[in-house]
Design a protein around this ligand. Structure first.
Ligand SMILES: Nc1nc2c(ncn2[C@@H]2O[C@H](COP(=O)(O)OP(=O)(O)OP(=O)(O)O)[C@@H](O)[C@H]2O)c(=O)[nH]1
Ligand SMILES: [Mg+2]
Ligand SMILES: [Zn+2]
Length: 357
């Protein structure tokens, strides 16, 4: 049988081609000898779209595990070989999550088992240091290497300014500028697109994520649509997440443009992104320095000398405050739902008793 992901007349794909590694292999026990590993390439309301050596198609979703976790795009599942019925979700190598948009106190999984997070922004009004820093913290919290791709370089006269502004957002950050519609995108991104690698595209609507998928795959896989002229905002063309195999053998995930990225449990990631700031703290005279007006404060000294940008410091403090608030409210909600779960169990037990007597 021929599969979508097999190149014509090429060898059939192996697990490694789908992104399998020792991390997943180590989770297989003796009972799993017959099991079939499958990768989730899209999540639908009532089915998971999966692919692996020898099978691709839709399977029933897995029931949520004890933590309420469900499969997300990029996940690895073990399925019964004969029926392809998923039986177990494998522990992830990396996962991106955020607080659900709106007022809900829920966690939303964005993607799993990603090697490189491509933060896509455009050389226009979309470019926003505070937003990029959030995405970077998301990547570093998941221990995933980030890459900033600035699209629409062809439309901007001052693209070098965007590149240098982006480079300042995290020590050692890699940044590329390109025309997402053009053939050079493949050449520029080639170092990240090795066989079996998984990359996810995240960014606002209209920055060219789907355009990149199409350019890099050489096919019109994803719909794209022009942006609003007045404010450069996109029209939320892509509505679901999906993982695509490129002919070079890398996997590229397209995602819907994000309106908002509220971080949770990401304090470590934030500190890594702002390492230039947090490093200063160790040089303050007092270990409990608030960096406001104490003598011997290294932060105040760096601000005075111009070594530290006041705006970056403010963004760091704001992001940390916000992350703390989100994480606490999610933790509260979890505790409440556990308490409710216990109470419901208690009531249930009571009812059983009443019936018995
Ligand atoms: N000139 C130019 N146009 C681009 C570039 N990248 C994307 N576009 C155009 O920008 C528009 C939006 O691109 P999409 O690929 O649909 O954007 P998206 O990020 O997928 O947007 P959502 O699916 O809404 O999140 C389309 O008209 C693209 O042709 C680029 O590098 N240069
Ligand atoms: Mg899109
Ligand atoms: Zn200080």
């Amino acid at each position: 049988m021929k599969h979508k992901y097999d190149a014509p007349s090429a060898e059939p794909l192996t697990l490694k081609d789908f992104g399998w590694s020792a991390h997943f292999q180590a989770q297989l026990g003796d009972d799993d000898a017959e099991a079939m590993p499958l990768r989730v390439v899209a999540v639908h309301r009532d089915a998971l779209e999966v692919a692996g050596p020898g099978f691709e198609g839709r399977v029933a979703p897995l029931a949520p595990d004890d933590d309420g976790d469900v499969a997300t795009v990029g996940d690895w599942l073990l399925a019964e070989a004969a029926t392809q019925r998923p039986v177990r979700l494998l522990e992830r190598r990396s996962v991106f999550k955020r607080k659900s948009a709106g007022t809900g106190r829920r966690v939303q999984l964005i993607a799993a088992n990603v090697d490189t997070l491509i933060l896509v922004t455009s050389a226009n009004q979309d470019f926003n240091p505070a937003r990029l820093e959030r995405y970077l913290a998301l990547a570093r919290e998941a221990e995933v290497a980030p890459l900033v791709v600035i699209t629409k370089a062809d439309l901007a006269g001052d693209v070098a300014d965007y590149v240098s502004a982006a480079r300042g957002l995290m020590p050692g950050l890699l940044v590329e500028a390109l025309d997402a519609r053009g053939g050079e995108a493949g050449r520029v991104l080639a170092p990240w697109l090795a066989r079996g690698q998984t990359l996810a595209l995240l960014g606002s609507s209209g920055v060219g994520k789907s355009t990149l998928v199409n350019t890099l795959s050489g096919q019109a896989l994803q719909a794209t649509l022009g942006i609003r002229e007045d404010d450069a905002k996109g029209r939320h063309t892509t509505t679901g997440r999906s993982l695509h195999r490129l002919t070079c053998g890398a996997w590229l995930m397209d995602t819907p443009g994000m309106r908002e990225l509220q971080l949770i449990d990401a304090a470590g990631g934030i500190d890594e992104v702002f390492e230039d700031v947090t490093q200063l703290f160790t040089a303050c005279r007092f270990s409990d320095c608030t960096h406001a007006n104490e003598p011997g404060c290294a932060v105040q000294a760096a601000l005075a000398s111009g070594a530290l940008d006041g705006e970056r410091l403010k963004r760091y403090q704001k992001l940390l405050r916000e992350e703390r608030h989100n994480s606490e409210s999610i933790a509260d909600a979890r505790a409440r739902s556990r308490k409710f779960g216990k109470m419901a169990k208690g009531v249930f037990a009571q009812k059983l008793k009443q019936r018995e007597f």
